[in-house]
Unconditional design. Structure first.
Ligand code: PMP
Ligand code: GLN
Length: 382
């Protein structure tokens, strides 16, 4: 039988490749983004409590109402906006499913989606499965600033969606209020949806404020924002997340969601609903991760790796141009196999890699792990 792939050019994700290589060579894994410490005991106990309390059957299609209420309360507290738990929130199997559902719900064959590269690697395949056409705008090292006039010049009658991501993986940059205002002006009076990937909303440093689309009432009317409990509560393996948007968009989102998963697992939703009611569980995150960022940066200051200070996410970029002419994929493999520290190259985040000598390291690790990795990286000649 002959089958025709919808993703004929798709390769195994760089995260799987580098984690596999790290395991094979016993390298310390600062590649794939996940914490090497467990989620909080309080949260684990809540999950166990609800698992053992007969909360094991289907929940409502958009998710447990108590969890949607807790999310709405959090949005009120962090963004000062009122979002309806009934109409404007849907619980998903992680942010990846939320992104996929939003893209497949709104993008029709032949329509264009503007993405900002380097871009998270699930966006392009999801667009292609929907029959859409990704149009990449290239952000440039080291500032990765966005020229919104150029974005506007990419817009045409086929443009259906613009995907943004703040704080940004892999660059660790964050969008400013003026960026969101510029975007709001571009999409105003056009049938363009903004898909805002905000999975690192609470991982933001140096006193900056996360500029969510939820803070901009006019922009929000054309937006779907996507979040992940994996990032917020150190539980990437649970694959729990949610999408937030105005009712008319979420009705269509849920129209696809119900035929995709219908609903996602029940007992963690009870636990998350309760855990969210204590705001310090997420408001403490910037300080927690900023210390890790600074610890890693300090430990690497005597190596030839030049940091680009992370403003958000749990990633930091390092420039290795002083050290090697290797391309980034080769250098990341060399670090993993020869130095014993796994890293992520940036080229897989681009349609046309610019050839920057930059790699990404994840600092969501115990200090002992970061210290051990720094000791190995100190072997890099100055
Ligand atoms: N978006 C970005 C920018 C990410 O870095 C990730 C990976 N953590 C996701 C989406 C996917 O999140 P999840 O694991 O909740 O599907
Ligand atoms: N988001 C994580 C990262 O950027 C990886 C997620 C995955 O492995 N699919 O490293």
């Amino acid at each position: 039988m002959h089958i025709k792939s919808k993703l004929p050019k798709s390769e195994i994700t760089i995260f799987t490749v580098m984690s596999g290589l790290a395991r094979k060579h016993n390298a310390i894994n600062l590649g794939q983004g996940f914490p090497d410490f467990d989620c909080e005991e309080r949260l684990r106990n809540l999950v166990a409590k609800y698992l053992n309390d007969e909360k094991n059957q289907y929940c409502p299609m958009p998710g447990l109402l108590d969890l949607r209420q807790s999310i709405s309360d959090k949005i009120q507290l962090t963004c000062g906006q009122t979002v309806s738990p009934q109409d404007e929130i849907c619980i998903t199997a992680g942010a990846t499913q939320a992104l996929f559902t939003a893209i497949t719900a709104f993008v029709h064959p032949g329509e264009e989606v503007i993405i900002l590269e380097p871009a998270y690697d699930s966006y392009i395949p999801s667009i292609q499965i929907a029959g859409g056409i990704p149009r990449g705008y290239q952000m440039v090292y080291p500032d990765y600033a966005i020229d919104w006039n150029e974005i506007e010049s990419m817009v045409n009658e086929k443009t259906r969606m613009i995907i943004i991501n703040t704080p940004h993986n892999p660059t660790g940059t964050v969008l400013k209020k003026s960026d969101l205002e510029a975007l709001e002006n571009i999409v105003a009076n056009r049938d363009i949806i903004v898909l805002s990937d905000e999975v690192y909303e609470h991982l933001i440093y140096d006193g900056a404020t996360h500029q969510s689309v939820l803070r901009f009432p006019k922009l929000y009317q054309q937006s779907i924002a996507v979040f992940s409990f994996g990032k917020t509560f150190h539980s990437t393996g649970w694959k729990m997340g949610y999408a937030v948007g105005p009712k008319y968009l979420m009705d269509e989102f849920k129209n696809v969601h119900q035929w995709n998963v219908f609903c996602v697992n029940s007992f963690t939703q009870y636990a998350l609903a309760e855990h969210l009611q204590t705001p310090t569980n997420y408001t403490s995150l910037p300080t927690f991760f900023e210390q890790k960022r600074d610890f890693l940066t300090d430990r690497l200051k005597d190596t030839p790796l030049v940091p680009k200070l992370s403003q958000g996410t749990f990633f930091q970029l390092f420039n290795y141009a002083a050290l090697s002419d290797m391309d980034d994929a080769t250098f990341a493999k060399y670090l993993t196999t020869e130095i014993g520290v796994a890293a992520i190259p940036l080229s897989p985040f681009y349609s046309k890699p610019p050839g920057d000598k930059v790699i990404r390291l994840c600092f969501a690790k115990k200090e002992a792990t970061l210290a051990a990795a720094a000791e190995r990286l100190a072997k890099l000649a100055k």
